[in-house]
Design a protein. Structure first.
Length: 613
């Protein structure tokens, strides 16, 4: 019985003791929270003397000292109580030996008092503490970054990188820090290290797009990439990154040199060069695309792509010849001979029907041998009958040949056949666009606009853009008079240009410029006349028209087109380097959103003599 009573008394005593302990803890926490709230209120009200009294009591407890650390330290600094602040920081350091921030704060405290030696010692202690722990290093780097001291943040991370003997450590963060210090070369280098270590070329492309803006930065980027390639030729990532950059800058020949070297080192069997050649072709760099296809044809004659490579090689030569005015008929005949040689080598079959199609168009548009062109296309259609899309594209060419003859009825019937066969795909949209242009040529603007409104929603950007441009031209220049004489004359002139009748087109455009100067077509007519002059090699007359556009219509839609075309004439036809550079520079300054910015920058740099290799 006594044992039971003793046990019960013991239990009650322990229970009371626990309750008392819990009550004391609760009371302690309640008092701390209450005092903390009071101290913070004084602190926010900038009543630092009162805040100090409250915080000083709380700081006697180690745990509480950690919670009030920032507010108490700032309070002491605001009161210029350097002695108490130093005492408080040293106590924190004794109680938290692994925390580098306390040493960093003590360094800043000494620095405020111009105790340079002591500040340097504490800063170095902070770095030494942080470098052995990745999280601590990043914490200390962020501490300095918040104070806009990027150089010190870099020192912390670089020290830690050396300690861990890891050259890729913190590369992402260091890239941003070097950007903040204006060290473009190191910024690029660190982002490259990160991208290479993670095999993430897309990351690098995104960062560079965001970070690299100026001409100087672009130059530096290229320089760093070349240095990487030369230092690490067996790491494909750096060469691929350089190629990607050069492609973005439309420097396809330089990109080809790198792709060719990589192809030989890594034994890619030409696949990378083949892809690059297509990119150059898409960007209408016919000369360099031809060089790439020529390399492919020479190095890999047994490749499955060989027939395609040979055809595309001739096609690129063709486009280069067609874009040098006036077009030399002997060059066209030479191209036809090359197509004949290809057809003789490969035979007339499914693999060579595209070459037949290209050959037919040369006969139709340059030699004015339309019957020969039609015969070749009909033969190609028979050979390619199983490829509906190819047949449709041949029919589009047939429609164009009918249009060369001004046979609108046959042309529109042919286009409509393709529309039905290729409904809701790019070739079908192309047929619709050609039908819209046909109606525009005829002066049936209402019907043309009905078709163009449908095509504005086309899935292919090129067709949608072409539809939008023609629609805007019609809309802006119709309805001004009941007969729409000016616009009908302009559309009829466009047909003459399509038919390669440049002298007649020039006469018509001259009448439009003189008679309809106030109808809003003057800049369009001048630009078209300049292009016609160029095709007849009348360069001075073209220069005059383009200069007039720049003088009178520089802020209109054709301002950048005229400037770029004029710069090209001075560069290529007149060999006037200074005038060309001035015009390219004007494009960069006056038309920053122009599609010609990248090419203008490249040409400007080339004329200035910039070289990186």
């Amino acid at each position: 019985m006594n044992n039971k009573i003793n046990f019960k008394n013991l239990f009650i005593k322990k229970y009371k003791s626990l309750l008392i302990t819990l009550f004391c803890i609760f009371q302690f926490n309640f008092c701390f929270s209450q005092n903390l709230e009071i101290g913070n209120e004084y602190f926010k009200a900038k009543e630092y003397a009162k805040a100090k009294v409250v915080f000083e009591k709380l700081a006697k407890n180690e745990q509480q000292a950690n919670e009030i650390y920032n507010a108490y330290l700032e309070t002491l600094i605001k009161l210029n109580d350097w002695k108490e602040a130093e005492k408080f920081l040293k106590k924190q350091i004794r109680n938290n030996k692994a925390n580098s921030i306390y040493h960093a704060d003590l360094a800043e405290l000494y620095n405020s008092q111009e105790k340079i030696k002591e500040a340097s010692t504490e800063r170095q202690k902070a770095i030494e503490l942080a470098k052995v722990d990745e999280r601590e290093a990043q914490k200390l780097a962020n501490y300095y970054l918040k104070q806009a001291k990027a150089e010190q943040a870099i020192a912390v991370l670089m020290s830690s990188r050396v300690y861990f003997e890891n050259p890729t450590l913190y590369s992402n963060m260091l890239g941003s820090l070097f950007k903040a210090t204006g060290n473009t070369a190191m910024m690029i280098n660190e982002h490259l290290i990160y991208a290479e270590s993670t095999s993430n070329l897309d990351y690098f492309k995104t960062v560079i797009q965001d970070e690299i803006k100026t001409e100087k930065e672009l130059y530096m980027l290229e320089k760093v990439l070349y240095e990487k390639v030369q230092k690490f030729p067996d790491i494909p990532f750096y060469t691929e990154t350089l190629i990607s950059h050069l492609v973005n800058q439309k420097q396809f020949y330089k990109a080809f040199l790198q792709a060719r070297a990589l192809d030989k080192r890594m034994k890619y069997e030409g696949s990378n060069v083949y892809e690059l050649a297509f990119l150059a072709r898409q960007n209408k760099d016919w000369v360099n695309a031809a060089k790439m296809f020529e390399y492919m044809a020479k190095e890999y004659p047994k490749s499955p792509e060989y027939p395609s490579v040979k055809r595309l090689l001739i096609n690129c030569k063709e486009e280069a010849i067609k874009n040098v005015y006036p077009v030399d008929i002997q060059d066209i005949k030479m191209l036809i001979k090359e197509y004949d040689n290809l057809l003789a080598e490969m035979g007339l079959n499914q693999k060579t029907i595209e070459a037949m199609k290209s050959k037919a168009n040369l006969y139709a548009f340059y030699l004015d041998e339309k019957d020969s062109a039609i015969a070749i296309l009909e033969q190609a259609i028979i050979l390619g009958v199983r490829d509906q899309n190819f047949v449709s594209r041949c029919k589009l060419d047939l429609g164009d040949i009918h249009l060369l003859n001004s046979d609108f009825w046959e042309a529109t019937l042919t286009y409509q056949q393709v529309e039905k066969a290729e409904k809701d795909n790019p070739t079908g949209y192309d047929a619709k666009l050609r039908n819209a242009k046909l109606n525009y040529f005829k002066g049936d603007f209402e019907l043309a606009e009905d078709i163009l409104n449908i095509l504005k929603k086309a899935t292919t950007r090129e067709i949608a853009n072409d539809a939008m441009d023609l629609s805007l031209l019609i809309r802006d220049n119709t309805g001004m008079d009941s007969t729409e004489v000016a616009m009908k004359s302009f559309a009829a002139t466009d047909l003459l240009i399509f038919q390669n009748k440049y002298p007649q087109a020039i006469d018509s455009l001259t009448k439009i410029i003189t008679k309809f100067e106030k109808d809003g077509l003057a800049d369009d007519a001048l630009f078209k006349r300049a292009n016609c002059y160029l095709k007849l090699s009348q360069n001075d007359l073209a220069i005059s028209d383009l200069a007039l556009i720049i003088e009178k219509f520089s802020t209109d839609v054709l301002g950048d087109d005229a400037s770029f075309l004029l710069a090209g004439i001075y560069e290529e036809k007149k060999n006037d380097k200074e005038k060309a550079m001035k015009l390219y520079e004007d494009i960069l300054k006056n038309y920053p959103g122009s599609i010609y910015v990248v090419e203008s920058r490249n040409r400007y740099r080339a004329l200035r003599g910039d070289t990186i290799n």
